[in-house]
Design a protein around this ligand. Structure first.
Ligand SMILES: C[S@@+](CC[C@H](N)C(=O)[O-])C[C@H]1O[C@@H](n2cnc3c(N)ncnc32)[C@H](O)[C@@H]1O
Length: 219
C-alpha cells in the first residue's frame, strides 16, 4: 500500500468539518442555474457535507472515496450513491453522464499520471455542457505579523516564506495550475473559470493558505 492509500484508508475524521464549503457553493452558484435534478459526482467526499448540500438543493448525488469508513458512514445514513473507489487508478464506477464532477482538497493526493487518468476519465463522464471543478492548495505561506489595527500590508505577501500548514504525515503536495491546465487540455478539456482564495489559518494572521479552483468544460 502506498503512502496516500495508507494515510486515508483507515482515517476516521469523526464528526469534524461537517459543514458545506461556502467557497465551493459560491462558485457553483455562479456556474449552474439550479441544482435541481442535476447529476453531480464528488470525488473524495470524506464526511460528505458538500455532497449532502447538493442533495438538499435537489441534485442526484454520487460520490467516490478511497476511505471505506467514509463510504459506509454516508451510505448508512443518507441513501446516496457512493462507492469505494480510487480516483486516478480506477475508472469512475458509475454509468452516468454527469452535469458536474467536483473535487475539493483531494486531487493533490494523486500522482501526475493519476491526475492525467482522472482528467481523461472524467471528461468522458460529463455531458456536453458538463463541468469539472477541482480545488487544490497552491501555496502555504508564512508572513510577518502585523499589529491588528494596521491596514493590510501587501508587501508582506511578496516577502512571504513558503511553509506548509498541514502536519507532515499528511501526504499533501502543492500543485501547479499551469501543469494541471496542460494535463486537462491533453484530456480534451478547456479552462472555463478560475477562483483563488487567500485565507489565514492561525490566530495571528501569520500563516496563510492560497487555495485555487479551476473549472473545465469539454473542448
Ligand atoms: C482532505 S479530504 C477532503 C474532503 C472534502 N472533499 C472536503 O473538501 O472537505 C480528502 C478526501 O479524499 C479522499 N481521497 C484521497 N485520495 C483519493 C483518491 N485517489 N480517490 C478517492 N478519494 C480519495 C480521502 O479519503 C478523503 O476523504
Amino acid at each position: 500500500m502506498d503512502r496516500v492509500a495508507e494515510y486515508w484508508t483507515n482515517l476516521d475524521l469523526g464528526e469534524t468539518y461537517k459543514v458545506p464549503n461556502v467557497s465551493l457553493f459560491r462558485l457553483l452558484g455562479s456556474l449552474i442555474d439550479t441544482f435541481k435534478d442535476k447529476k453531480i459526482l464528488e470525488i473524495g467526499f470524506m464526511q460528505g457535507a458538500d455532497l449532502l448540500e447538493c442533495k438538499k438543493r435537489g441534485a442526484n448525488v454520487y460520490g467516490i472515496d478511497i476511505n471505506p469508513i467514509a463510504v459506509s458512514k454516508i451510505e448508512q445514513k443518507n441513501q446516496v450513491k457512493v462507492k469505494l473507489s480510487r480516483c486516478g487508478v480506477d475508472p469512475i464506477p458509475f454509468d452516468v453522464s454527469f452535469e458536474l464532477i467536483y473535487s475539493r482538497d483531494t486531487i493533490y493526493y494523486l500522482k501526475d499520471k493519476e491526475i492525467e487518468f482522472f482528467f481523461t476519465d472524467a471528461s468522458k463522464k460529463i455531458n456536453f455542457n458538463g463541468l469539472i471543478v477541482i480545488q487544490f492548495i497552491e501555496k502555504d505561506i508564512y508572513v510577518k505579523k502585523q499589529h491588528p489595527e494596521e491596514e493590510f500590508d501587501f508587501n508582506r505577501l511578496s516577502n512571504a516564506k513558503l511553509k506548509p500548514i498541514f502536519e507532515k504525515e499528511n501526504p499533501i503536495r502543492f500543485l501547479s495550475s499551469k501543469e494541471l491546465i496542460i494535463k486537462a487540455e491533453k484530456a480534451g478539456l478547456k479552462l472555463f473559470a478560475t477562483k483563488r482564495m487567500l485565507q489565514s489559518y492561525d490566530l495571528d494572521e501569520e500563516r496563510f493558505r492560497l487555495d485555487r479552483y479551476l473549472v473545465f468544460k469539454k473542448k
